[in-house]
Design a protein around this ligand. Structure first.
Ligand code: HEC
Ligand code: HEC
Length: 311
């Protein structure tokens, strides 16, 4: 009996130690070399800010000026409520005191300046594809925006999701921290599109279904699912029947510019903000994203639930 108890205690101790080793934020943090970066390109940062849809989550709700990044939007998730933080250049309440290395670490490793994991409700899971230079440009642009006072309240998450350290375990299972690698067998246009769609554009974050841990089901990437950032359903954008199979490359690019579908409907819901952002990119970039989307294999997504009466 006593030996059993000791064995049990040893296992628990090992488990706890293992938890702390494997969830250590340093395990996934790349430590960015910023000294060698060229002077930032603020115009490129502005473009990435649009492509990344940062304002959709970080602009304070209910204000017209989308460049005031005071936070406060509430993201309702199966794990609880996330209160999006202030990322304006305010030195106390925003990220005004952050260095470029801090920002690169947050955007590409999901680790805060004080060494804590971020929840993947912040889509660094996609942004991590951005090279350090691009992330530095983005920060340089954010530094030109108004400084906004005030902090969002803390997240309201249930147990065990309120244990930030446990996100380290999630990352071990689901987070690929590698930067974008171009595929030399594909065209330059395809690679630009693949980067914009999977990286800053984070299209898969909405257009995919998720498992019970909130991670994208990779086998059904882009095949649609419930909207994680709002209510309703996000359509399949693979080449499946009912997806973008019948859309031409220019029709996809047009949707990203004007919001109009080939049947002259216009997209709404959380996609309208995406279109407003994508409209700020160049025609060449929108065509590149379309080129990439046209290359995706047809994947059948989860069945769309029947509309309930009144919904
Ligand atoms: C889908 C909503 C969403 C989008 C889009 C989004 N973020 Fe966030 N962001 C969050 C949430 C939620 C957090 C808080 C994460 C946490 O507390 O673990 C966060 C945290 C951050 C932080 C850390 C702030 C701090 O105080 O520690 C930074 C920096 C940040 N985001 C930058 C950006 C940038 C830059 C973009 C655009 C490229 C962006 N975010 C797009 C939801 C979003
Ligand atoms: C914040 C969540 C979100 C993000 C991010 C997002 N989408 Fe969407 N998308 C939606 C929703 C919701 C709809 C459905 C809108 C409607 O039915 O009115 C949609 C619709 C579409 C459609 C129309 C499909 C159809 O069958 O009508 C296309 C194409 C599309 N998105 C492409 C993209 C691309 C490309 C990206 C990345 C640049 C992207 N989306 C990023 C939520 C999102």
């Amino acid at each position: 009996m006593r030996r059993l108890l000791i064995t049990l205690l040893v296992f628990i101790a090992l488990g706890v130690a293992g938890f702390f080793v494997f969830t250590d934020p340093r395990v996934v943090s790349p430590g960015a070399a910023v000294g060698t970066l060229p002077a930032p390109d603020i115009e490129n940062g502005k473009l990435l800010f649009a492509a990344g849809g940062c304002a959709s989550c970080h602009a304070t709700p209910g204000q017209d000026d989308k460049t005031r990044l005071g936070g406060g939007l509430v993201l309702d998730s199966p794990f609880g409520k996330f209160h999006v933080p202030n990322i304006s250049p305010h030195t106390r309440d925003g990220i005004g005191n952050w260095g470029t290395a801090d920002f690169i670490q947050a955007m590409t490793a999901g680790v805060s300046p004080s060494g804590q994991h971020y929840y993947p409700a912040f889509p660094y899971t996609s942004y991590r594809l951005m090279p350090p230079k691009a992330v530095a440009d983005l920060l340089a642009y954010i530094r030109t925006l108004p400084s906004v006072e005030g902090r969002a309240p803390g997240h309201e998450l249930g147990f065990p999701y309120n244990i930030r350290r446990a996100v380290g375990g999630w990352k071990l299972l689901f987070f690929d921290g590698t930067p974008f690698k171009a595929d030399p067998s594909k065209s330059e246009e395809w690679n630009r599109g693949a980067y914009l769609v999977n990286g800053p554009g984070h299209c898969a974050e909405c257009h995919s279904s998720r498992n019970q841990f909130g991670a994208i089901v990779q086998a059904m990437r882009f095949a649609g699912g419930p909207d994680p950032e709002g209510k309703g359903w996000v359509p399949n954008i693979t080449q499946a029947e009912g997806g973008l199979g019948k859309w031409s490359k220019s029709e996809i690019a047009e949707l990203l510019k004007s919001g109009f579908t080939p049947s002259f409907d216009s997209v709404g819901g959380t996609m309208s903000a995406v279109v407003r952002n994508m409209a700020q990119l160049s025609d060449a970039d929108r065509l590149a994203m379309a080129e990439y989307l046209k290359s995706l294999p047809a994947v059948q997504g989860p069945p769309r639930p029947q509309k309930a009466a009144g919904g």
